[in-house]
Design a protein around this ligand. Structure first.
Ligand code: GSH
Length: 215
């Protein structure tokens, strides 16, 4: 049995849980990190050197950290799930989009920081949203004419990007955002997937749970 170490509402844990759900891999999850603590536990540091969540462990001693690496491992060990493109060019495009997922990860943070202020500053909100929209527009362009990020099938690229996009669309309706129709249509396709509903929509909020923590 695979064990996932990580609190469910963390974006990085949610990605891994979603991937496990898509692949149908039996697992259990332990609440770890954030308010649950454990990141500085030396035994945990032995499996996750930065003390960050998520990490996975298996009874035979195998362990792994970094959510996108865990997703790659899962996709290659469960090829029947179809998350790892067979075509070489598509497979490497998927890797590029996975690595690129750090970019929207960086721009959504300032939006959320502005949004969580007790007295939000309209200029800060507008500025951070405009900067984020510029980055998300890159993904929107890629999704034009495609069902999923690198083609007609859900892959590791979608798994790396689906959580941050959920956060973008969860910013309250009242806040003006430029239209990104291809990305919105893709988000609706993700929302139709039970594993995405269970592990992302139901668990990950737009508002940070714990200030000052990567979440
Ligand atoms: N690049 C890492 C990021 C890991 C990370 O920053 N995780 C956050 C939660 S999303 C964390 O561990 N925060 C501290 C904590 O929850 O204790 C990954 O994708 O696994």
């Amino acid at each position: 049995m695979l064990t996932v170490w990580g609190r469910a509402e963390s974006s990085a844990t949610a990605r891994v849980m979603w991937a496990l759900g898509e692949a149908g891999v039996p697992h259990r999850r332990l609440d770890w990190g954030g308010r649950f603590g454990g990141g500085d536990d030396p035994a945990y540091r032995a499996i996750s050197p930065h003390g960050r969540i998520p990490a996975i462990t298996r009874e035979d001693g195998f362990s792994l950290w970094e959510s996108n690496t865990i997703i790659r491992w899962l996709a290659t060990t469960c090829p029947e799930a179809g998350l790892w493109p067979v075509d070489e060019a598509v497979r490497w495009q998927a890797q590029a989009w996975m690595d690129w997922s750090a970019a929207p990860g960086r721009v959504i943070g300032p939006v959320r920081a502005a949004y969580r202020r007790a007295e939000p500053d309209a200029d800060e909100m507008a500025r951070t949203i405009a900067a984020a929209a510029e980055t998300f527009a890159v993904l929107n362009a890629q999704l034009q004419g495609r069902t999923f990020v690198v083609g007609d099938q859900l892959t590791v690229a979608d798994l790396a990007l689906g959580v941050v996009v959920h956060r973008w669309f969860r910013i309250p309706e009242a806040l003006e955002r430029p239209d990104l129709p291809a990305m919105e249509a893709w988000y609706e396709r993700l929302r139709a997937r039970p594993a995405y509903q269970d592990h992302v929509v139901a668990k990950v909020s737009a508002r940070p749970q714990t200030l000052g923590m990567g979440d």
